[in-house]
Write a protein that binds this ligand. Structure first.
Ligand code: CTP
Length: 399
């Protein structure tokens, strides 16, 4: 689990977004974290400590005068074991107090007495967010090393639309998990292809393959967590875009090829995960093909698609190229052959028809030193291992 062994203090301050914090506790505990909830007096107006206690499975603290802590030093004790303090929602007032080092209640005292990272998720009306004082406080907090999560943009409880909304619980979870990942690729720019391609036959039909895009999207997320700037060129898939990743949707292999070549100059690393169709119908009918008799069947002729990975690898000064090979047999032999044929330093092999659409995978890395197997694991976990392996192999000239 992504947060196994992590102890978090989750602070709630006054704001209607407190209702989202109930879901956040559930997600954090499901991801393996222990969560100690601390609420300001104002937060208890929006959601009860009973709810937060039931979801976190631990007593909730709201006052610095709480006698339940034997030495009466709740502000020290509660954060002593913490791997991070997360304030969600963080109100305008709480941010102002934090930025100025005020500590007149338990949560603000906990924050100033901490010895661990502090992450805050602002939640407020758009005008309060844009107010010069708030922006000044945010800049101060950033300067003090506080991580600001969001805020998001969209419909607000007050009926207005704009910046200032607290991130959704799933988004907060993704950012909190990312916070704990090693930043192997900080400052690197990665270009990644993912998913299948779709090659049209007529306006309503086409050929495609069973790639779900899950592995490529997991690699995009893992690379982003590791600090990279990520551009993800995705074939048709309904998967959500990982946070912080720039996604460009394409349909056909030729569109994917043109998009990649337009982006590649800015990339330090190119990871070709997409299951690109090797062929496309030679002609695309402008109108839907119709049956003309009982026994007629259309003849399809195919032409070859451009090989995107080979085209990138063959450029002068190419980015560090990572290929994928989905084989149905003899992975060891085909993997190394394909690595040489495509002219790439690193190739990731898997048994294709076993992995498509699944949430886990088993991969083998081929490079000039030989092959390394990464045992079966969740695709995100494997993606993180792959990102670490790529970072380790990047030529020194890229740093
Ligand atoms: N690839 C690509 N463009 C293509 C075909 C493949 O960029 N037109 C990339 C894939 O993203 C993958 C790698 O090349 O990283 C291997 O793809 P694969 O289709 O397995 O290789 P082929 O060269 O088609 O080999 P085979 O005919 O053995 O399947």
């Amino acid at each position: 689990m992504d947060l196994s062994g992590k102890h978090l203090v989750l602070g709630l301050t006054g704001g209607i977004a407190c209702y989202k914090s109930a879901e956040l506790v559930r997600l954090l505990t499901k991801a393996g974290a222990t969560v100690q909830v601390v609420m300001t007096e104002a937060a208890t107006q929006f959601i009860t400590p009973v709810t937060m206690q039931a979801l976190s499975g631990r007593p909730v603290y709201t006052s610095q005068w709480d006698g339940r802590i034997p030495n009466n030093m709740a502000h020290i004790d509660l954060s002593r074991e913490a791997d991070a303090i997360v304030i969600a929602p963080a109100s305008t007032d709480f941010l102002a107090r934090l930025a100025n080092g005020l500590c007149d209640d338990l949560l603000s005292t906990l924050c100033i007495a901490r010895d661990c990272p502090l992450l805050v998720a602002p939640a407020m009306n758009r005008q309060m967010w844009m107010a010069p004082a708030t922006q000044r406080n945010i800049a101060t907090l950033r300067g003090d090393g506080v991580t600001i999560l969001g805020p998001g943009s969209g419909d607000q409880a007050c009926g207005e639309v704009g910046d200032g909304r607290m991130l959704e619980p799933e988004e907060l979870l993704e950012d909190i998990v990312a916070h704990f990942q090693p930043r192997h690729l900080a400052g690197r720019r990665l270009l990644i292809t993912a998913g299948p391609t779709f090659e049209a036959i007529d306006p309503v039909r086409g050929i495609t393959n069973l790639s779900s895009g899950k592995m490529g999207f997991a690699i995009a997320r893992a690379a982003r967590e590791a600090g990279a700037d990520v551009v993800l060129v995705a074939g048709p898939t309904a998967l959500p875009t990982p946070r912080g990743v720039a996604r460009i949707d394409v349909v056909s292999a030729r569109q994917m090829h043109d998009t990649v070549l337009a982006q590649v100059d800015r990339a330090d690393v190119f990871v070709a995960v997409a299951a690109v169709a090797d062929w496309r119908p030679a002609e695309v009918s402008a109108q839907k093909l119709k049956k003309t008799g009982d026994s007629d069947t259309p003849e399809l002729r195919f032409v070859q698609n451009p090989d995107i990975l080979a085209a990138v690898a063959a450029r002068p000064n190419p980015p560090y190229c990572v290929g994928f090979a989905a084989e149905s047999e003899e992975l060891a032999r085909h993997g190394e052959d394909k690595r040489r044929r495509k002219g790439v330093p690193l190739l990731v092999g898997n048994i294709g028809h076993h992995t498509f659409g699944r949430d886990d995978n088993e991969i083998v890395l081929f490079d000039e030193t030989g092959m390394t197997a990464l045992p079966r694991a969740d695709k995100l976990e494997l993606a993180r291992q792959l990102v670490a392996a790529i970072a380790q192999r990047l030529p020194a000239s890229l740093f």
